[in-house]
Structure formats: structure tokens, C-alpha cells
Ligand binder design. Structure first.
Ligand code: PEP
Ligand code: MN
Length: 337
């Protein structure tokens, strides 16, 4: 249920409506937009049939939400969510680029990659310290040591850090070092993990599961917002199809579709969606043209020796070249990068 308030509603009236909703055993979520304030109501809405909220001053209309997700929907918040992390704004006009190695490996290597991606225009450093590997015998990540390297690279370059969290028990640790917490494709429906990061103050990058529909992705994001964390980015990282020339299939459709259904920023990952470094530039350009708010790109200065995902990692010079080319594409669609 969504309560749309009148344009001249007072704070006192809003407080009264919020109290009333709470007294009915429901959870109100107030969203103050530039033009209108909306209250999303979560819980067993049947009580509202006997207790209509239209009678309260300040209420313009009460609308049922027909979609299964509420807080992530554009019905609840018509304007785009812009996440501001120490001045880096994600979801606004400027397209945000996150770049770095798949895994955090050696400290000096990470710092070198961080310097090169920063110079090329990236604003956020990516790198996994906890790696979700298909095989238990593959490199699993450096854990806290890797997080420390990320923090050091961030202190040197001024880049923000995005890194994956796999285990809810590691949340305090990852929060200590990261600016953005990544939930990987394989954990998109790990509901306990989603609830846990919903209580965090850190923004979340939620990656789409490889066999998840857009609706599944939005429902997973709803778990995080329902716990109070509204700073969520949705990441298209390729889905499984019958096509096997590429690692996954880049679902470019998902970008405008999610933008139409949700107010949350949409990030494209052309590295995992293609699995081939040569395909990263064209798919990055397609994603920018399709309206994404950001890109997350794997970059490695020695892809041949990378502990993971070397085949899909761009060399720093190729990343710098791509950043230049993306400027023109962004400009063509009224954005900057
Ligand atoms: C990653 O970003 O390195 C990663 C493991 O991504 P995904 O969860 O999309 O596979
Ligand atoms: Mn990877």
C-alpha cells in the first residue's frame, strides 16, 4: 500500500499518519521527494479495509501496490535514487565507473592497478577479498589481509572501495574497510545475508543472480530496503542462456527495464557478462547507451597471471582507452562520465 500525501501536507500531519499506521501493526516508510511525500506501508494490509486512511488530513490518496515489490518500485519513489558516498554520486547524471582486479592479490599490484584506473577516470576501486569460487580448490581470497590492501589503495588514490561480502558474520569486518558492500550473483537470494546488509549503513551493490529474473532481483533488493537500507544499486552481470560463445549473456534489456520499474541506480558489469576482455568495450558502450548509471569493470596489469578472471580483465591501457571512448557515448545520451 502506498499513501500519497497532498502537496501542502505538514510535518505534524505526517507524524500523525505514521503513528496511525504503526498503531495498526504496520510499518510505515516515509519517502520525501522533491515534489511529494509518499508513505509506503508494509505488513498485513487487510486492516486498512476496516480502517481507511483517506480520512486523515494530508492524505491525498491510498493506492494498493499491485507489484510484489514495493519500496524499490517507482510507484513508491518516482524520482531516481542518488547515492552520495563522500561526494561520489551514483544514480545522477554522471556515470560512475568502478574498476580493479577480480581478486585482491598482492598489495603493490593492487596499488598500481588502483593508480592507473584512478588516472583513467574511475571513482571506485573493485576487488574481492572473499571470493565465491565454483571450485573449493580455487583461490578463495585473502580475507582481512585483502581488505587492508584495499583500504591502503583507497587512502593512496582517494578511490572508494567496493568489495564482496559472502558471510553475514563478516559484515562488521567488511564494513570497517569498504565503502560499498557487494552481494554477489551467487548470493542474490541468500535472504539471511540480504536481511543482514539491510541493517548496514553502507550502500549495497546487489548483483543479479545468473538464473534470476528481473523481478527476482527486485524482490531481493526489497529485502534490503525493508530492513531500512535504501542505498542499493542493482547490477546486471549477465544471465545464463543457451548461448555458449560467451561466459554469460549481457541482458542489455534489463537496464531500461529496471530503470522503468525501480528508482534504484543500475550498474552494468560487462566483464562477467561476457567473460572475454575484447567484448568489454562494446558492451560497456551499449550499456551506457541503454541508460546505465555505472559500470563495474575488471582491470589487471598482468591478466595472464591473475588469480581469477584474467581472460575478462582489461589491461590498464585498454581501460584508459575505453574511458575516453565512453565519453562520446555518454554525451550522446545526455550524460557525463
Ligand atoms: C565478481 O565481481 O568478481 C564476481 C564474483 O561477480 P558475480 O557475483 O557477478 O559472479
Ligand atoms: Mn571476477
Amino acid at each position: 500500500m502506498i499513501i500519497v500525501l497532498s502537496t501542502d501536507v505538514t510535518d505534524k500531519e505526517i507524524a500523525h499518519i505514521v503513528e496511525k499506521v504503526k498503531s495498526l501493526g504496520l510499518k510505515p516508510m516515509v519517502s520525501k521527494g522533491a515534489e511529494r511525500t509518499i508513505i509506503g506501508v508494509i505488513g498485513e494490509e487487510d486492516v486498512l479495509r476496516v480502517q481507511p486512511l483517506e480520512i486523515y488530513p494530508g492524505v491525498e490518496k491510498v493506492m494498493p501496490v499491485l507489484k510484489p515489490y514495493k519500496l524499490v518500485s517507482r510507484d513508491f519513489k518516482p524520482e531516481n535514487t542518488v547515492i552520495d558516498i563522500r561526494g561520489v554520486k551514483i544514480g545522477g547524471n554522471k556515470i560512475t565507473v568502478m574498476a580493479g582486479p577480480c581478486s585482491v592479490e598482492k598489495k603493490d599490484l593492487l596499488i598500481d592497478i588502483a593508480k592507473s584506473v584512478k588516472k583513467a577516470g574511475a571513482e571506485i576501486l573493485r576487488g574481492g577479498a572473499f571470493k565465491p569460487r565454483t571450485s573449493p580448490y580455487s583461490f578463495q581470497g585473502l580475507g582481512e589481509e585483502g581488505l587492508k590492501y584495499l583500504k591502503e589503495a583507497s587512502d593512496i588514490t582517494g578511490l572508494l572501495v567496493v568489495t564482496e561480502l559472502m558471510d553475514p558474520r563478516d559484515l562488521p569486518l567488511v564494513e570497517k574497510y569498504a565503502d560499498i558492500i557487494q552481494i554477489g550473483a551467487r548470493n542474490m537470494q541468500n535472504f539471511e545475508l540480504l536481511k543482514e546488509v539491510g541493517t548496514s549503513k553502507k550502500p549495497i551493490l546487489l548483483k543479479r543472480g545468473m538464473a534470476a529474473t528481473i523481478k527476482d532481483l527486485l524482490m531481493s533488493a526489497e529485502y534490503i530496503l525493508a530492513k531500512g537500507n535504501f542505498n542499493v544499486m542493482l547490477c546486471e552481470r549477465g544471465i545464463r542462456t543457451f548461448e555458449d560463445e560467451t561466459r554469460f549473456t549481457s541482458d542489455i534489456n534489463a537496464i531500461p527495464v529496471i530503470k522503468s520499474l525501480s528508482h534504484l541506480p543500475v550498474i552494468m558489469d560487462p566483464s562477467h557478462s561476457t567473460g572475454k576482455w575484447g567484448l568489454v568495450p562494446p558492451i560497456s558502450k551499449a550499456a551506457v547507451a541503454a541508460g546505465c548509471d555505472g559500470l563495474i569493470i575488471e582491470v589487471h596489469s598482468n591478466p595472464e597471471e591473475a588469480f581469477s578472471d584474467g581472460v575478462q580483465s582489461l589491461l590498464p591501457e585498454n581501460f584508459a582507452g575505453l574511458m575516453k571512448e565512453l565519453k562520446g557515448v555518454a554525451k550522446a545520451v545526455g550524460r557525463s562520465i
